[in-house]
Write a protein that binds this ligand. Sequence first.
Ligand code: DX5
Ligand code: ZN
Length: 218
Amino acid sequence: MADTVKIAPSILSADFARLGEEVRAIDAAGCDYVHVDVMDGHFVPNISLGPVVVEAIRPHTAKPLDTHLMIAPAEPYLEAFAKAGSDIITVHAEAGPHLHRGLQVIRSLGKKAGVSLNPSTPASAAANVLDQVDLILVMTVNPGFGGQAFIAEQVAKIRAIREMIADRPIELEVDGGINPDNAGAVVAAGADVLVAGSAVFGGDDYAAAIGALRAAVS
Ligand code: DX5
Ligand code: ZN
């Protein structure tokens, strides 16, 4: 599993004034996905970016744009994020009453569908949508800001979801406070995609930072 772990730097921690350049830099540094955090100031207490920014960065990388929607409701915006060039669109289980339908809409737009769970949401919230998702995203911080401390109690949930996934073709992504000190534990619990914002963009050498995460899980 460790050999196939993917690294998804979160551009929330990038320099927004040079976003195209930053995306090219993480691409060149060997990232697997580009993680795009979308916040609405309603579902989470922060506002980040919308579909026009996804569209603007799209030409700067051929790697999958992993779009994490921290917005409620999400459904009215799914088509816009799909058209803007997202490859994976993840919605939160807590963001509305019709998770199943939202996931169906994402797939009908030709995109991979993800469901994300806040720290207080049990693993069982994903149990009835396993056939509708390509990715499950476990939040290891309360969403809204980069640079927060990893919530270690979530490791048990990662393990439970890995068991729930069994042999289905579903990626298990973790997001929040991931760094070389905790990456080994989350991968041992079953994660196979690591989001990292401050751990990658916090220094000048993005390739070294991505390499340190890979080394920590190998
Ligand atoms: C939190 C976002 C994360 C965050 C990760 O709301 O979903 O993707 O930017 O940043 P770090 O790795 O700094 O916690
Ligand atoms: Zn995120």
